[in-house]
Design a protein around this ligand. Structure first.
Ligand SMILES: Nc1nc2c(ncn2[C@@H]2O[C@H](COP(=O)(O)OP(=O)(O)OP(=O)(O)O)[C@@H](O)[C@H]2O)c(=O)[nH]1
Ligand SMILES: [Mg+2]
Length: 371
């Protein structure tokens, strides 16, 4: 009886595929978006493995130039000058740091973006969840405090996977159950990297100021924020009055949350104020703007997607940084060479060689039976 991942593991052990290639097979099987499948597919062909190998080779070249001089002092060889070595190392370090940073986008591509929808009661959060999911998932009702438990929906939108969490409306409440829901909402905010703040454009009050404060705090924590000014379909006096209110709102939001993306929509009708595009499409545009894939070529496969890979690359970056600091503080090239050897070890571990058996087992355990 084959055990999980046994066929891929056998291929890996016999040197037919690299470790990152084997991990990519698992992700290709589990891919939930087109971008995830494209990236995993490029990695099964060795895209990431090749990139890691190139960086490792660059470091090995520097090491060998340093050591050959030490090992054969009698030969007519010149030592690599510290400033030349520094220059070469800095170039390799920049390359490696770019690879490390690619994990931000790789994680989003393979796991999806965790996104909390927050706002005061009745702002239209559940309506927005249903509209984006194109499905009637959450209860919508004009009673404030309808949603209490967190409602989850995984959607594929504009090439991204969004893990959407609709939360209880945040306000001061004396209802014990509602307060439990509000606590859950606050906890969810801290777990998500994208926060959608929903506001009722016709009904802005103190509860909304609290939401603005939460959004600003989260922005300061490095989160991405989209402010949704909702219910713009409701007629307010005449068209001029509504444009006036809209402009004032937009100003207020730009000042208060320093303009991430602010969109004015009707979640109920799936429309955008003064625009022909749908609210759904406006969201796609927002996401593209926030998570630009530009700069990273999915089909090259040169993007980190596993936490394991990320930690190995971080360790290799640290090794390169200490080699650079050693040279900068006047230590000799061979001392810096010791850090470079460690960097090579970490890179090798990232893509196969010298990986301990339990790590290999852990990687393949996540596969389905056989595969
Ligand atoms: N006219 C209009 N009504 C809307 C819109 N979005 C939501 N509503 C209405 O507003 C009311 C509240 O909507 P919900 O989506 O339940 O609001 P919520 O923010 O989830 O509310 P809680 O779960 O109570 O926190 C419902 O009657 C919706 O039909 C909109 O864009 N336009
Ligand atoms: Mg709700």
């Amino acid at each position: 009886m084959a055990s999980p991942g046994e066929f891929t593991k056998t291929a890996y052990i016999n040197g037919k595929i690299s470790l990152t290639g084997a991990e990519a097979i698992g992700r290709l099987i589990a891919a939930v978006s087109e971008s995830g499948a494209r990236l995993a597919s490029a990695q099964t062909k060795g895209g990431l493995s090749k990139k890691i190998g190139e960086i490792s080779d660059n470091i090995k070249e520097i090491i060998s130039e340093v050591y050959v001089f030490i090992d054969y002092p009698g030969e007519d060889l010149t030592d690599m000058a510290p400033d030349v070595m520094l220059e070469n190392l800095t170039a390799v370090k920049n390359n490696l740091e770019n690879l490390r940073e690619s994990y931000n986008i790789g994680k989003i591509i393979s796991d999806g973006i965790n996104c909390a929808i927050i706002g005061k009661p009745n702002a239209g959060k559940s309506t927005l969840l249903n509209m984006l999911s194109q499905n009637d998932i959450a209860i919508v009702h004009d009673t404030p405090g309808t949603t209490r438990d967190i409602v989850y929906s995984r959607i594929n939108i504009g090439g991204f996977v969004l893990n959407l969490y609709d939360t209880a409306g945040i306000r001061m409440s004396h209802d014990e159950i509602e307060n439990i829901g509000i606590e859950k909402a606050r906890a969810k905010i801290s777990e998500c990297e994208l926060i959608i703040g929903v506001f009722d454009i016709n009904n802005f009050d103190d509860d909304d100021h609290d939401i603005l404060e939460i959004l600003n705090n989260e922005k300061n924590n490095g989160k991405k924020i989209i402010a949704v000014l909702n219910k713009c379909d409701i007629p307010v006096g005449n068209v001029f009055m509504r444009s006036g209110i809209a402009a004032q709102c937009r100003r207020e939001f730009t000042e208060r949350i320093h303009a991430f993306r602010t969109i004015m929509i009707s979640a109920k009708n799936n429309t955008v104020l003064n625009s022909d595009i749908s609210a759904y499409d406006a969201f796609c545009e927002c996401l593209e703007d926030i998570y630009k894939l530009s700069g990273y070529d999915l089909d090259s496969g040169e993007i980190l997607t596993e936490e394991r890979q990320y930690f190995e690359i971080c360790a290799a970056c640290d090794n390169l940084n200490s080699a650079i600091s050693a040279l900068e503080s006047g230590l000799t090239q061979d001392i810096a060479g010791l850090d470079l050897e460690l960097a090579v070890k970490n890179l090798d571990r990232c893509d196969s060689k010298s990986v301990s058996e339990d790590i290999v087992d852990k990687i393949f355990r996540n596969f389905c039976i056989g595969k």
